[in-house]
Design a protein around this ligand. Structure first.
Ligand SMILES: Nc1ncnc2c1ncn2[C@@H]1O[C@H](COP(=O)(O)OP(=O)(O)OP(=O)(O)O)[C@@H](O)[C@H]1O
Ligand SMILES: [Mg+2]
Length: 247
């Protein structure tokens, strides 16, 4: 049987980001297929979050091109890129603490790719809270929720715009072992629903179980690409991690 044609969701072509003399992202080129789950891994400070910021439009590359479904989005700005269908979570939970879970999720539906208003938005936000396992938390203020539940709300908020590409930057960080399994199961579900995802993560067993493919960064540059098993057995990758005092 012929395999279905691969649709390219995202392309990064020779993307570089300099901060003064520091090259945080160094000539990164890669592709992400629709429905693919791509892991972006590497030691602390290797440029993963900067790469995510470049994709989401929070930062403008010094050089290189980023395109989403064949359309160049380089330097378009975060709200523009969000409208092209890219949604993200942040390395540190960023939410509106005095607002309710429902309001936080609904906020994600206002700025993104699929826009909803009023009752439609409200109903959709309720459905998303259920989808992430929080059916009864709609009216709870964020500050009253446990950490894993705040993470669930953050994920629901990112999903509220029906993103074409979801960027998860260490979404699993800080969870205890029980919560971690809950978190992995939630992402597994998104994966089985056909979401296209880039995951930045230090939790390697999550990378192994969730990702189709991995790109490894070190000092801003790509040092390996392949299946999780391939890259995690790569000598250069092992050296990059062991050479880093925080890894
Ligand atoms: N706004 C900025 N201005 C100057 N330097 C920055 C800025 N953002 C990141 N950097 C630097 O760029 C490099 C890459 O940082 P980045 O946050 O992308 O790494 P990371 O791979 O996400 O690390 P971690 O695993 O610790 O989250 C680091 O040396 C960092 O100090
Ligand atoms: Mg980071």
């Amino acid at each position: 049987m012929l395999s279905p044609a691969i649709t390219e969701a995202l392309t990064a072509a020779a993307v570089t980001k300099r901060f003064g003399g520091l090259v945080a992202v160094d000539n990164m080129s890669f592709k992400l297929a629709e429905r693919e789950v791509l892991g972006l891994i590497g030691p602390n400070g290797s440029g993963k979050t900067t790469m995510m910021n470049l994709i989401s439009g929070a930062l403008k590359p010094t050089s290189g091109e980023i395109s989403v479904y064949g359309e160049a989005v380089t330097g378009r700005g975060a709200s523009n890129v969000a409208r092209k269908g890219i949604a993200r979570t942040f390395q540190l939970v960023r939410m509106l603490p005095t607002m309710t879970a429902l309001e936080n999720v609904a906020a994600g539906g206002v700025f993104g790719h699929a826009r909803r208003w009023g009752k439609e938005l409200d109903d959709y936000a309720h459905a998303l809270l259920e989808r992430v396992g929080l059916p009864n938390a709609a009216s709870a203020p964020i500050s009253a929720l446990t950490y894993i539940d705040q993470k669930r709300v953050e994920l629901a908020r990112a999903l509220a715009s029906d993103p074409k590409i979801l960027l998860l930057d260490e979404w699993l960080a800080g969870l205890n072992p029980t919560e971690l399994e809950i978190g992995i199961t939630l992402i597994e579900r998104l994966r089985s629903e056909g979401c296209t995802i880039i995951i930045v993560e230090h939790v390697m067993h999550a990378i192994r179980s969730l990702c189709d493919r991995c790109i490894v960064m070190n000092s801003g540059a790509k040092i390996a690409e392949g299946t999780p098993a391939e890259v995690l057995a790569d000598h250069g990758v092992i050296r990059a991690y062991l050479g880093d005092e925080n890894a």
